[in-house]
Write a protein that binds this ligand. Structure first.
Ligand SMILES: [Zn+2]
Length: 500
């Protein structure tokens, strides 16, 4: 049966309705078709669903604004074909391997490079088969929703991933990746991305961004200034990083004033290549207001490796305040991404390094911790700070009241573990009544998995439309206003908040 179905060619001259019917029949015969229902994430209540469909129709084709993410600018600078399905879809995606790791699959078998150069799986097809064998683990997770979208919409796959279909799907993706339409820039254009941000350290030369600027391609990719490696004394190789910062800028970064000038100098360089924002991934939202002399002492301790945990916390806190001062001068929007206990698993960290799915959310306080910064700059309209959280309990108790009052504060979207239908819904439910929609900033995909960008934005658009549809159905908002809000959430707010 399957061979017959697979051999069933769909003539190109059919009307689309006939072609679609034939396609459905073929999928049915294939056994386990991959279906993307057009009402996904909408309510099953027909009143709400009808409103959500109308709202979504207004936003589904809007260009994508991707103001925060972690794709590799080199992909677009060089525009070489992606090497294989596993390197594209599995290896950069720590959502994937954290789940597999939790079920006993080793990172080596997934081809994740070891820091000691030890042996790891090199055959991308074997990695793909292992992934397919464990695909059922993702049932009900956003990863399954994103992958289904990527398979269906980007790679035109019409059957579910199983151990049996793994090779066929691998071959189809591998074949498509050799075609011009699947080069990084062509995909970017095809995804209808208006602008996308990557994230770089102040130590980065930004050579790929420079190459992009010099090219004749019209795609807009900008960098974001992420100074964690040079402002966090607990970051690996902090003191070497600070010395390197000195070399790059010609400043004496072993002294507090020279260190600050060097950081400001790199911000200017980033802004010259399109950066409109900074990003800060601190473990807490602590901010400080220390004297220059105390800051100097902490810097010296950081550089000599004699800083205590508490002092490191204070130093990071002072650096958030310093970054806010610099933002008032140069206009870069600040993003604070606190509350991740990074590298929770020491064995994974020592074997494989950062960003390997071992980051765990921790309880986060904003009301007390942000006060030193807000006391100084909370009312300064030249400054804009976008707050994120991994602590959902703070949405209605701390974040919405703060953002619903201080002019400098806005709320970033549901982030990371909450970048999911339930997480987004909960975010709107807990923040809208106090902060409204206009103290939020639209959606961030925050991803390393480039092909999933349209999928992620589509989920956000659908969930927001479903939320708005409920307000309309309950007569809490008129539909024409909901329509305007839907467009703001999908497109206009991100552009405005990030000055893109
Ligand atoms: Zn990020």
């Amino acid at each position: 049966m399957r061979q017959i179905a697979a051999a069933l060619e769909i003539p190109l001259d059919l009307k689309w309705q006939q072609a679609a019917a034939l396609q459905d029949a073929r999928d049915f015969l294939m056994g386990s078709p991959l279906i993307l229902n057009d009402d996904r994430f909408f309510s099953s209540d027909s009143t709400q669903r009808d409103i959500a469909r109308r709202l979504y129709a207004e936003v589904r084709s809007l260009p994508i604004i991707s103001p925060h993410g972690h794709t590799d600018p080199q992909w677009f600078a060089d525009n070489k074909p992606f090497s294989n399905p596993s390197a594209l879809l599995i290896i950069p995606d720590h959502y994937v391997y954290r789940m597999l790791y939790s079920q006993g699959v080793t990172l080596e078998s997934l081809g994740i490079a070891r820091l000691d150069g030890g042996k790891v799986e090199q055959d991308p097809r074997k990695i793909w088969r292992l992934f397919a064998q464990h695909w059922f683990l993702f049932r009900g997770t956003p990863t399954q929703m994103w992958f289904s979208h990527v398979f269906h919409e980007v790679f035109k796959i019409r059957e579910r991933l199983t151990t049996e279909s793994a090779d066929r799907i691998y071959d189809q993706i591998a074949e498509l990746l050799t075609q011009p339409g699947y080069l990084p820039r062509a995909l970017f254009d095809g995804f209808n991305i208006e602008v996308m941000s990557t994230t770089e350290s102040p130590l980065d030369s930004l050579q790929h961004h420079q190459k992009l600027r010099a090219s004749d391609w019209k795609g807009r990719i900008v960098t974001t200034y992420r100074p964690d490696p040079v402002v966090d004394p607990e970051f690996p190789a902090f003191s070497q990083n600070v010395l390197r910062l000195g070399e790059l800028t010609g400043e004496n970064t072993e002294k507090w004033q020279g260190y600050l000038r060097a950081l400001f100098n790199r911000r200017k360089f980033f802004a010259s290549l399109g950066a409109t924002a900074t990003d800060h991934g601190h473990s807490s939202a602590i901010t400080c207001d220390l004297s220059p002399a105390d800051s100097e002492t902490l810097l010296q301790k950081g550089l000599t490796g004699t800083i205590t945990r508490d002092e490191a916390q204070q130093f990071r806190g002072q650096m958030l305040t310093e970054m806010a001062k610099m933002s008032i001068e140069d206009g870069l929007v600040m993003q604070i991404h606190p509350g991740s206990f990074r590298n929770h698993n020491p064995a994974v960290f020592s074997g494989f390094g950062l960003d390997k799915g071992a980051d765990i959310p921790a309880r986060t306080d904003y009301v007390h911790n942000l006060k030193p910064l807000l006391d100084q700059f909370g009312n300064d309209r030249r400054l804009s700070i976008i707050l994120f959280t991994l602590d959902e309990s703070t949405y209605s108790r701390e974040l919405a009241p703060l953002a619903g009052h201080y002019p400098v504060l806005k709320l970033g979207p549901a982030w990371w573990f909450y970048d999911s239908p339930e997480g987004m819904r909960f975010f709107r439910e807990r923040t809208t009544e106090t902060a409204g929609f206009y103290n939020t900033v639209g959606f961030n995909d925050d991803t390393r998995a480039f092909p999933s960008i349209p999928a992620r934005h589509d989920v956000a658009r659908r969930v927001d439309c479903a939320f708005l549809a409920r307000l309309v159905a309950e007569h809490r908002l008129d539909e024409d206003e909901a329509q305007e809000v839907a467009i703001d959430l999908a497109y206009r707010l991100a552009k405005k908040a990030y000055k893109l």
